[in-house]
Design a protein around this ligand. Sequence first.
Ligand code: ADP
Ligand code: MG
Length: 464
Amino acid sequence: MTLTATETWSRLLDRARLELPEQTYRTWLEPTEALELEGDTIVVAAPDRFAADWNESKHAQYLASLAPLALGHPITIVFRVDEERKTRPQMDLFVAPPPDQARQSAPGGAPAAGVQLSTRYTFLNFVIGKSNELAAAAAQAVAAAPGKVYNPLFIYGDTGLGKTHLMQAVAHEIMQRAPQTRVCFVGTEQFTNELVGAIQKRSTPEFRRRYRETDLLLLDDVHFLKRTEATQEEFFHTFNALYEAGRQIILTSDRPPSEIPGLEARLVSRFQWGMVADIEQPDLEHRIAILQNKARLDHLELTIPDDVIRFIAEHVRSSVRELEGSLIRLLAYASLKHRDVSVSLAREALRDKLRLNGEATAEEKYALSVLSIQQLVAREFSVNVEGLRSKSRTKQLTVPRQVAMFLIREFLGLQLVEIGNAFGGRDHSTVIHSLERIDTLLAHDAPFTARVESLRKSLSDLHT
Ligand code: ADP
Ligand code: MG
């Protein structure tokens, strides 16, 4: 049997995801796509240069080492930037689909029972703060006395705030004490799909048995529960069977039970029988603690100075998942550029993220507008802003212009076209050329680098 490029790649990835940390997998490998297979060489597309380089240097060899087992023969992997995707915003790298969705798309579909829990999702690794203390306390109470105190435990909150983590922490804790416990962790979509499959194959009795013979049912993301009557009916009975047998049920959702659209009233009320606890966005101190914990877990505390942790915590506010993603991205960037982790490096590595988080207030935006960068650079090089924006190509103007473009890219994260527009309508290839020039100068010209550093510093001061 010969496999296509896509099949080959997905076999390798299936194997890799069993071993790699989830974040790593989601950040770097999930956004890839097999392009072609020629002999024993597979060409794989990554969404941008950075991702391609990173995969090439960090993952190509590792993935190749999986080939004999996964494919039965060795393989060479080449990463390439996907031309089509290059035109898309660079944020691609960050917007990995939620893990639940990713799990669903795993070919073959994992079996319902005995699904692996993430080893990292323990109470020990869960940082408690104001935003999640209620949910965490409830989870701990449930872990101490499953089926006795809060049944069901219903945890809700926005995506990336630790619902799945917390629910699995309960399972870890219980299983540590009682390894025989039959735990079932399942995403609601998978639950529904299995049920529909069972109905079609007329194997619902088996489906029922499987779910009812469990001591601890973790049903993740119940807001995905299908509106169909059959699904809700079946789930209702499963719920009752488990509940009456004194088995613990934990549910998560992105909203409270009463706000799940199309959820039958009898299910809404059952979901509220036990404890309904929400998780909110962590505050600054909490975000710092989470990042520190993450750094400690990964033995990174030495390489990540406190001011960098604070910088990330101050600027990335959307979710814990984003926080973790930022840290990973920053470290990857530092290693690729051979630079120490610093606030200015963080600003550079995370510029898209910072911008997308919309973190700048109107005032900050004003202070740090295109114009203010142009003015600063113009002053530094004793030229004027009109000159920078003009078509003139005298040497006196080109370098400062390129520097201004470079800093605008770094600090404001504008698209190439937008930058071109800010300089008298230059096209994007000119902008690329300019950015590359500055990169080269920064690598070879120390006095020049010092000058740019001082500009960076002034801009950071303006910004904070
Ligand atoms: P959700 O299920 O709410 O979308 P997850 O449980 O998948 O979120 O959490 C997203 C990521 O953030 C996971 O890697 C998780 O370990 C981490 N995380 C969330 N909250 C915390 C916390 N309080 N302490 C440590 N890590 C956390
Ligand atoms: Mg989740």
